[in-house]
Design a protein around this ligand. Structure first.
Ligand code: TMP
Length: 236
């Protein structure tokens, strides 16, 4: 596998072409942003942790029958993935109230829901990733109705698996964001990352935040929280 030209640089990752037209290499950075890039910083070692944690989750989800873009981890920060066209929707699941849900509806954080919720944001930095419903997503041709149904089904399966798995490690899965892609043959696969950047993880005993909220909210102990998640999931 030969790494070729950079084809994209996002806030937390770079994407490179390879000599195989169906494969890409993603490279995880230590850069951290919040509030649509308004807040910028570095979380030392984050790229290494997010690469390892994401791949660990993707491998387990594949075993659970969830198709993903994951192919092979090739270095501390780099992973080979299938080339997909990303469906421009951020798919957010919530098990416990927090973040923008608490703000929007004026409720405290920490309310445990009877059932998980799902919502979509339109992935568009210029518009600030606005909340969107499935009818509007279909109207804008971001995905078909069938694709959205498939994405919902896969997302709830991911939630059920991850919630149970993480609870066994003393972690409450409060909420998280997924992205999906479409392969050349039209198959919907889980893409992007699953990491402390994209999930809210609370210690199950103390409710201590073990995720990017420590950076967003200037709580300190950011690197320690990322290391703690890596340790609980993968050992030392
Ligand atoms: P929210 O409460 O700010 O809407 O965030 C819900 C979840 O989505 C939380 O686990 C963090 C994750 N998230 C992202 O991965 N990327 C984003 O740009 C935002 C706003 C949230």
């Amino acid at each position: 596998m030969e790494k070729r030209e950079q084809i994209y640089e996002g806030k937390a990752k770079k994407v490179f072409a390879t000599d195989d037209p169906e494969l890409l290499i993603v490279e995880y950075k230590d850069d951290a942003t919040a509030f649509n890039g308004l807040k910028k910083g570095t979380i030392t070692g984050k790229g290494v942790i997010n690469n390892r944690v994401t791949n660990h989750m993707m491998r387990m989800l594949e075993k659970e029958g969830v198709p993903t873009h994951y192919v092979e981890e090739i270095s501390e920060r780099e992973t080979i993935v299938k080339k997909v066209s990303i469906v421009p929707l951020e798919v957010i699941v919530r098990n416990i109230s927090a973040g923008s849900f608490s703000k929007r509806y004026g409720v405290e954080e920490g309310i445990v829901f009877d059932e998980p919720t799902i919502e979509f944001s339109y992935k568009n930095d210029d518009l600030g990733d606005p909340l969107i419903n499935s009818y509007h997503a279909v109207a804008l041709k971001l995905a078909t109705r069938e694709e959205i149904e498939r994405i919902k089904e896969l997302t709830f399966r991911v939630n059920a698996f991850m919630k149970e798995y993480l609870l066994g490690l003393g972690i409450k899965l409060v909420d998280f964001k997924l992205e999906f892609g479409k392969t050349a043959d039209g198959t919907i696969v889980l893409a992007d990352e699953i990491s402390p950047d994209t999930c809210r993880f609370w210690d199950s005993k103390t409710n201590e935040k073990l995720d990017k909220d420590r950076f967003r909210r200037d709580l300190g102990g950011v690197e320690d929280a990322y290391h703690e998640i890596e340790k609980r999931l993968m050992g030392d």
